[in-house]
Design a protein around this ligand. Sequence first.
Ligand SMILES: *[C@@H]1O[C@H](CO)[C@@H](O)[C@H](O)[C@H]1NC(C)=O
Ligand SMILES: *[C@@H]1O[C@H](CO)[C@@H](O)[C@H](O)[C@H]1NC(C)=O
Ligand SMILES: *[C@@H]1O[C@H](CO)[C@@H](O)[C@H](O)[C@H]1NC(C)=O
Ligand SMILES: *[C@@H]1O[C@H](CO)[C@@H](O)[C@H](O)[C@H]1NC(C)=O
Ligand SMILES: *[C@@H]1O[C@H](CO)[C@@H](O)[C@H](O)[C@H]1NC(C)=O
Length: 885
Amino acid sequence: MIAGGWSHGGEPSASQMPTSLLLLLLPLLLLLLPRASIVAAVATEFLYPNFTVSYFNFSESGGVFLNSPAAVFSLTIADPTRQNASFYLSVLHSATGSVVWSANRNASIPSDGVVALSSHGLSIALPDSTVVWTTRALPLAVSALRLLDSGNLLLIDAANATLWQSFDHPTDTLVSGQNLPVGSPLTASVSSTNFTEGDYAFVVTPGDALMTWKGSQRYWSLSTDVRSFKESNAEVVSMATNATGLYLFSLGGEVVFEIFLPRSDFRILKLNHTGEFQVASYAAPNSSTITGNEFEAPSSNCDLPRSCPSLAICNEGINSSTCSCPTNFQAFNSGVCMPADGSRLPSSASCGDLSAISYITLESGIEYFANTFASPTTSGGNVSSCQSLCTGSCSCLGFFYRNTSLACFLLQHQLGSFFESNAVGTSTTIGYIKTLVSRSSTPDHSNDRAKKTHLIAILLPAGASFLLVLGSVSTWIIWRKRGGATQGSKGMKTRATTAAALGGGEGDDSQDDIEILIPRLPTRFTYAELEEATGHFGTKIGSGGFGVVYKGQLQDRTEVAVKRLENVGLHGRKEFCTEIAIIGNIRHVNLVRLRGFCAQGSRRLLVYEYMNRGSLDCLLFGPGPALEWQERVEIAVSAARGLAYLHGGCEHKIIHCDVKPENILLHDGGHVKISDFGLAKLLAPEQSGLFTTMRGTRGYLAPEWLTNSAVTDRADVYSFGIVLLEIVRGRKNLSRGNEEEQQQEGSWSGESSAGEEEYFPLTALEGHQEERYLELADPRLEGRVREEEVARVVKVALCCLHEEPRLRPSMPAVVGMLEGNVEVGKPRVDSLNFLRLYGQGPTDPSPPVTRGGIRLATPADGNRTASDVDSVTYTAAESIPGPSS
Ligand SMILES: *[C@@H]1O[C@H](CO)[C@@H](O)[C@H](O)[C@H]1NC(C)=O
Ligand SMILES: *[C@@H]1O[C@H](CO)[C@@H](O)[C@H](O)[C@H]1NC(C)=O
Ligand SMILES: *[C@@H]1O[C@H](CO)[C@@H](O)[C@H](O)[C@H]1NC(C)=O
Ligand SMILES: *[C@@H]1O[C@H](CO)[C@@H](O)[C@H](O)[C@H]1NC(C)=O
Ligand SMILES: *[C@@H]1O[C@H](CO)[C@@H](O)[C@H](O)[C@H]1NC(C)=O
């Protein structure tokens, strides 16, 4: 058995052999290797010092030489290209073959490179013994190398203490159970087969998790991702994933941010070589069965720095994105965009002749990914001061100027691709790309007319070659649209206003089908279909902070409620659809079902199942017959169940943020359903660093909305507590002693008759303290309720109102208490005394609510209903610090 001798410990002699002989024997060697490797058995869990290994010893097992106890992970020497050229020592997820860690990612070894385990640690060397990687100096002697089923590779000492572990040196991947601490980034590989560190990084910071390109340009942050929830203001120390989601944790283990993921026992999180962060979830650690949807960030391809070559515009397509050059640029064969006027782009190394510097203006609506995350280089200046700044800086390759905030963003060192802003018609940010005009070919700048013809002459053939390269019909259509825009707009530097024409419905259509990419999206309707279904929006059945609701009938004769959203701001269509996919897939008997939607141009409509008894506020506060007590309790329990489901029962945790009687709908047969859930996330595109947004309706807002603390699902519990009291009393939480008077005046002025208003939560607290519960029930019940029943519901409600969110029960606990399965907690008066301040009432009926000095936009702003205005008055921030009476 020549082969056995060759393979087993044959490397040292092989390297000493004359090269000619080696070459001669190589084919034979390769032929015989599979049989040869049978000799070396794959170890389990432990390997002990004075062990050396080369790929040749384990080629039979594909380089695997150590398995974890249940073989979930393995340690391998392998060449990802399978060309037998560049080998890495890696930890492999056995079921999927994914590399989750590699030691020598920046220094691959040839097939006869050697991995050695000694009492000093682990090292990797070239055949000539040059060490390319080691675990560095360790404090104690190594007694074993150990591979765990978690994927962690350890060096342990004689006392089994860990001397070194691969989890402390993450590469581009994080697995379930592994912590990614602040300041220890994941760095993407150059390519899927070359593990060398590339330009993309994923880093956890004390306040967020970010993705960066080339060390400085940010292209994603977790806090601004629509899928994340902020849970606390504590400082972040690490990130980790478990069966239910992805979390940023504080030092005390508190969740600061969370992203809910489909339940899964094992995940692999990877920053891949294109800069995308992907979460793959598996049914079990030893399984390759993918569970649920994968999570990807950024959620749009076009948000990646190099979705296209430098300077090209990324266009979101049906199955993939396409690239095209901005007006005044032309594509060269590799898709690189160069100035069409023959000028050169500067390299940041050469400063060049200042007098040769010129700028090409980009169309309005073209945005650069990093501007979303960067703070402006300067602000307050005008466009020419921004330009001088760029001209004066050799590394500046161009700049963006935003005329609304006078912000100047310099683009330094390297340019990525552009994308088209959704706000194309209203964009106030214009980009300018620095070019160097070579004197010989400079067209006369004063002769604009000559330049124009020159431009068109160049652009058309350039577009044609671009078309040939990509050769697809869909690209052609997009190009046609761009070409049309190009010819329609005149001149080179006066492009800004003309692009506004693109902002209408027409320009939007090329993106109409991106929703197809989003899985499980509910039925999509066209605007015309909904116009017909609602009889041109003829029957208005409600209105609220999110927009007006109309009754409609679909072609199959099912009745629907169509909500025309307002205040959805500049939210992109893709983000909108992502949210819709989430909302649309939440099914619960106590939640109003979303049947479909429409996102056409700037229009956003939602189609819901129709609830024929309307909303709870009409039944409670309206002129009809009073609801009987039992019916009230049933409504409360059903609504609580719906909220409990939102908070914990579904894939994505949802904080409603706007719980109020208007959002509790009823249908014949005792059906009670919560509506408008999930919509809070569709509002307010501006996401502040501290809070995603300020949401909700005043009167039902938990006190933490007004102070500087985190908002959690307990904010919904507070709002529900207010609703419970309204159900008990049959009145809005703030009302006059005299109903007729209130209706005549329409809104509460809070002046002359301020003494007469009743803030019922305070009355309820006082009633509770004096144990006079029966007086709190709706007088219209005329005694058709027992005192202990009222006492129970009032106590539950008061517990929900505790000022300290932690002291409020969870929604499932509220359900239990209302049903009588869980003992009702004792309201804590010390955490309810703030109601006395609220009860005082303010002097100004509609003061701006401020938080941290910033005026807060609430969904109610702009189209508040009269009842919302009523309830503005006593939750205003200024009533909190006021003296107690
Ligand atoms: C170290 O761990 C191994 C296996 O888990 C065990 O057999 C051994 O007794 C341990 N040694 C010490 C010193 O704890
Ligand atoms: C995942 O971690 C979060 C935060 O620590 C925790 O609330 C949740 O219960 C965990 N999920 C599981 C299934 O352990
Ligand atoms: C995965 O592990 C479980 C127990 O941990 C075992 O029952 C199952 O057979 C394993 N599946 C595979 C494919 O190895
Ligand atoms: C998009 O993908 C689907 C399925 O993969 C395919 O049928 C369709 O032709 C693709 N469309 C385009 C425009 O490439
Ligand atoms: C900002 O620029 C846009 C586009 O050029 C223009 O329509 C708008 O009037 C400008 N606004 C201000 C405040 O100058």
